[in-house]
Design a protein around this ligand. Structure first.
Ligand code: UD1
Length: 417
């Protein structure tokens, strides 16, 4: 298993190009199940394991998917299967997104109950309730979810919580269901707006994607399309926070600052100088960060996926900061590992209080999930001495060629096989 060896304490200086968004590419690739015509999805982070798993999922359902650099071409090979294999779903929770398109097109879908990251319970009741409101029935429940419907009926839906996955799943189901479906209480993440743009290219009419009310005019038959995925705001945010922790001057290209307002605002309050323009963000940090408390929330709030990186930054603050997690349970697994590097964090329930220290020191540490892994990497870049991070496969789920990108900004990060 790979490890990352980081010689910390060097400022980040240079330019990093941001990849396409993993969380936008996943539903868009899965939405190609809605049509028999060819689709090309560009700017996909195809080096990421979750994208490879998605490609395998499409193939297991009967599509042919060809990866060429960062684009994925998806074509039909005949009829589609309506059953997602457990072996794939257990590796990637987002596989459940195949349910919406398949149910709407074929009136039947069977998906194993998903696995995925070890953060909290992550139920899928909002997805299922939504399908039921569109007229589907749940016919069995033994480790698998089976949903059936002679046909789905478009109509109004209201979500009890703005779940990103449920919003996407229901938008896809609605796109292949003739008539008008209104999803209120929808998630507002930029990835949802991107999916809406793709579904519109397929021939559905989607308005309000990216607001809390999404209206989808579905069609029985959808066509093929070509689409370039938006930049990964979480990857960009991670590098910005890394530069604030390690100091220096970092420029991100192919990034969208409009998707990172809450994070850029918090960074400025720590004392970082952040400049933005069309497609780029630049950060300069020369001193220890001021403490800035944050509370995660659905978009446009502070993203839960950057909570662990933010906690890592606050371990170096000139005072106390409070970090509250409101989206997922059990998302402070990085606290214990950061403590091994000298961080002072008291985590209890959904809140962590971080007392900033002058410096962290390198240590052998272990990534426990994707974003906790990113937090450890940030701490390692800022720490004095050498840090060895094991279980790097967690980090590889969300960050393409992370050591190469960081090396371009002067970091000393090496992968050991
Ligand atoms: C997506 C992102 C993930 C991000 C999260 C929140 C992808 C592939 N993943 O995950 O990186 O951290 O949004 O921004 O896009 N919930 C329920 N019932 C449901 C669905 C969700 O209770 O049916 C709860 C979850 O347990 C969680 C919260 O709602 O506590 C948020 O989940 P959701 O927005 O659905 O996140 P994902 O789509 O899984």
């Amino acid at each position: 298993m790979d490890r990352l060896v980081v010689e910390g304490g060097r400022p980040l200086e240079g330019t990093i190009g941001i990849s396409g968004s993993k969380n936008a590419a996943l539903p868009i690739l899965i939405a190609t199940l809605l049509t028999d015509e060819p689709c090309v999805v560009e700017n996909c982070p195809t080096a990421l394991r979750d994208i490879k798993t998605t490609v395998r999922l499409l193939e297991s359902l009967g599509k042919r998917a060809t990866v060429d650099g960062s684009s994925v071409r998806v074509e039909s090979t005949g009829s589609l299967k309506t059953q997602a294999p457990y072996e794939i779903v257990k590796q990637m929770r987002a596989s459940v997104l195949a349910a919406g398109p398949l149910l709407a097109r074929f009136g039947l879908v069977r998906v194993p109950i998903p696995g995925g990251c070890a953060i909290g319970l992550r139920p899928i009741d909002i997805h299922l309730k939504g399908f039921e409101a569109l007229g589907a029935r749940r016919i069995a429940d033994q480790g698998d979810i089976i949903m059936s419907a002679a046909r789905l009926n478009a109509g109004p839906l209201r979500l009890r919580f703005p779940s990103v996955g449920a919003t996407e799943n229901l938008m896809m189901a609605a796109a292949a269901t003739p008539g008008r479906t209104t999803i209120s209480g929808a998630a507002r993440e930029p990835e949802i707006a991107d999916l809406g743009a793709f579904l519109t290219k397929l021939g559905a009419k989607v308005s309000g994607a990216g607001t809390s009310t999404v209206v989808v005019e579905g069609r029985a038959r959808l066509k093929g399309a070509r689409h370039a995925v938006i930049p990964d705001r979480i990857e960009a945010g991670t590098f910005l926070i890394a530069a604030a922790a390690a100091r220096g001057r970092l420029r991100l290209t192919r990034a969208d600052p409009a998707h990172l307002e809450a994070v850029i605002d918090a960074l400025r309050r720590t004392g970082a100088a952040v400049k933005t323009g069309r497609g780029w963000i630049e950060i300069r940090m020369e001193k220890r960060p001021k403490p800035v408390s944050i509370r995660t929330a659905p978009y446009p709030g502070f993203p839960t996926d950057l909570q662990a990186p933010w906690t890592a930054l606050m371990t170096l603050a000139t005072g106390f900061a409070k970090v509250r997690e409101t989206v997922f349970e059990n998302r402070f697994m990085h606290a214990a590992e950061l403590a091994r590097m000298g961080a002072q964090i008291a985590a209890s329930g959904a809140t962590a209080v971080v007392a900033g220290v002058e410096r962290l020191s390198g240590a052998p540490i272990m990534a426990s999930d994707l974003r906790a892994g990113a937090a450890l990497l940030i701490a390692a870049l800022a720490a004095k001495g050498r840090t060895v991070i094991s279980r790097v496969y967690h980090i590889d789920r969300g960050y393409e060629a992370v050591e190469k990108k960081l090396a371009r900004a002067g970091a000393r990060v090496e992968r050991q096989k």
